[in-house]
Design a protein around this ligand. Sequence first.
Ligand SMILES: NC(=O)C1=CN([C@@H]2O[C@H](COP(=O)(O)OP(=O)(O)OC[C@H]3O[C@@H](n4cnc5c(N)ncnc54)[C@H](O)[C@@H]3O)[C@@H](O)[C@H]2O)C=CC1
Ligand SMILES: O=C1C[C@@H](O)[C@H](O)[C@@H](COP(=O)(O)O)O1
Length: 715
Amino acid sequence: MMFEVLKNLACPPDEHPTRCAVLKDQFLKLSQYYQLRTAENYTVLNREIETLLEQEGLEEAGRIFYFSVPPFAYAEIAGHINSSCRPRPGAWLRVVLEKPFGHDLESAQQLAAELRNFFKEEEMYRVDHYLGKQAVAHILPFRDQNRQFLDPIWNRHHVERVEIVLKETVDAKGRASFYEQYGVIRDVLQNHLTEVMMYLAMELPANISSTEDVLQHKLQTFKSLQELEKTSAVIGQYQAYTSQVQEELQKAQNYFSMTPTFAGVLIHMDSLRWEGVPFILASGKALDERVGYIRVLFKNRAYCTQSEALRDAEHSQCKAKQIIFYIGHGELNSPAVLVSRNLFRPIMPEGSWREVTDHPQLHLFGQPLSDYYVYSPVKERDAYAMLISSIYHARKDFFITTENLLASWEFWTPLLDSISHQAPRLYPGGRENQHLLDFEMLGQELSFTLAEPVEFLDTSKQTPDDYQTIQAKFRNSSLVSAWPEELVSQLASDLEAVAARAVARSGEFHLALSGGSSPVVLFQRLAKHHYGFPWKRTHLWLVDERCVPLSDPESNFCSLHDHLLQHVRVPYFNLHPMPVHLNRRLCVEEDQGPELYAEEIAALVTNASFDLVLLGVGTDGHTASLFPHSSSGLGGSQAVVLTESPIKPHQRMTLSLPFINKARQVFVLVLGKGKHEIVTLLSRVGNKPKKWPISGVRPSSGQLVWYMDYEALLG
Ligand SMILES: NC(=O)C1=CN([C@@H]2O[C@H](COP(=O)(O)OP(=O)(O)OC[C@H]3O[C@@H](n4cnc5c(N)ncnc54)[C@H](O)[C@@H]3O)[C@@H](O)[C@H]2O)C=CC1
Ligand SMILES: O=C1C[C@@H](O)[C@H](O)[C@@H](COP(=O)(O)O)O1
């Protein structure tokens, strides 16, 4: 058995064959093979270690246990080590764990909790082998040693974008049982590429050798990551994957895997340094080349007057400016750090990195190699060799702590959930992929640049007579129905048309908007597709508000700000948030917030009649913050009232039903299967606002239009 293992062991490429044979021999002498199944097996192992130490007259420094076992076995093995195999007091214990460390936040928390029962944090070494790769391990030292050059430019004013990429030519053949449960985001992006991103984006600690400081700065960066939406990612799957899964997992011929083998994800950060800078993470199997790199591309604002022929070719300010940490493989076929010559000459540690000056006729990222200062390691080292040596030296810099791990899962899990039923784009694999997987950024969203070719379309996704918008009646009012994207696009266009008519008529447009999740897609659509919208003439009012500070993420105004206002130019004096936060108190009756809002409306809106009110519907039939059996707002003469919601946050401020009914137009947006039941019920009931407040929405002299997607309408 040991000989079999040894046959497959290789020494580093620069090790002389004779010395390699000696090393293997030594390794064999020091190795013993035990099968560890029962608690007794571990007790025997412990006894034998102690006997051996005694025989050799050695004092034990410590023990390393390397868990090269599936994660389901972790807890059991950890328990045995803890109870029977800990070294004597004074000697250390180090356990090495390999990913996967969970599947999502919940499973990672569970695994972490199980391990915590047996090991202290400092005893655990969670491996992310990318942190052992030389180019990655050099990011922080590079940033540290080149502070003088980087300080002014390592920020949103100078960085155009950051790309962190791991492309592979291999596919998942032979590993389907693992890969099918994980996919590329869990396999590569959640760990390797995220860790690299942290090294690039974190604030640099004064002392980069302080593991604790590095960790704290990393955690701070995790906090600044903007939440990922479904539209933050594009996913693909190589065509042969499903048949490999069918074969390896003995699945039926009609089994289709939804596991992505390729993903591109767009990440933004809410930090002073990085706000607005796109971080693009991409990885995939069965791609055209094997390469890993990190590319920081700087903005180029120079205009060069002289013709190209007369410019200093290497240092011209008109050339692209970039810093590349080349992880390996690809055209260079070795790790490297490259800095555009028109940026600065980097300071590199002499003993471990050397400058490469004989440039082959290579082009890297659009530039000849001679345009860069190029450095490569003096001695190439395997990532695992570096990590294992760190374990011996108790250096924890390159390992993943529990906090770090959970912060990463917390960030990725919502995206993983939101795309779990999304069909990945199929790609043929290798060079044949051509431009199929190219993607582009549009604001906060990513999309493939090419439309999906017909031969790859998954017919199960096609919808009957789709993409047509149905015009019909619902509760005797106009109904527009379509698939969600078309519906929202129609609603946004109709809204712009209403705005244009109102501005033509009166010079201004008074629009009252609801909160909650449904209008968010509309806000995003308006922000990104309606550049002719008369925002300067638009007054924005709130239909309802939660009694929280306006900066609270629960606040409707905050959501309106994040998804719409920050992208368009509405004069600030045309913004009318509800006064829920007065005298440092939230919705206190004596503060008379509702009365103040009603006065503001009366002062600015002709006849106190909004041009357009946008509403939604809750599954219980509530609309605005008017809930079933509410004691206020369903009748009476008040324009604005305080109400109680059955769900948190309970206190609300809302326009009243009679006041909503004064509007010139009311649009009701209803999205999703979850609303089908209430829609069916509403199609049958009359005017019963006490039971179902939405049923009382009947503008007295205005128009009501329902915008419902097919799932809400047809289930
Ligand atoms: N970095 C990566 O992408 C991947 C890492 N891994 C990790 O690499 C390691 C090895 O993976 P594979 O060789 O594919 O795993 P495997 O499923 O082939 O199992 C490895 C060994 O664990 C032993 N084992 C299973 N249950 C055990 C138990 N209760 N007690 C003691 N031994 C037990 C098996 O006998 C086998 O020798 C694991 O830690 C795994 O999580 C696995 C796949 C991908
Ligand atoms: O951790 C992983 C997941 C695997 O799917 C992937 O093939 C490897 C790539 O690592 P490397 O060959 O070192 O670039 O890493």
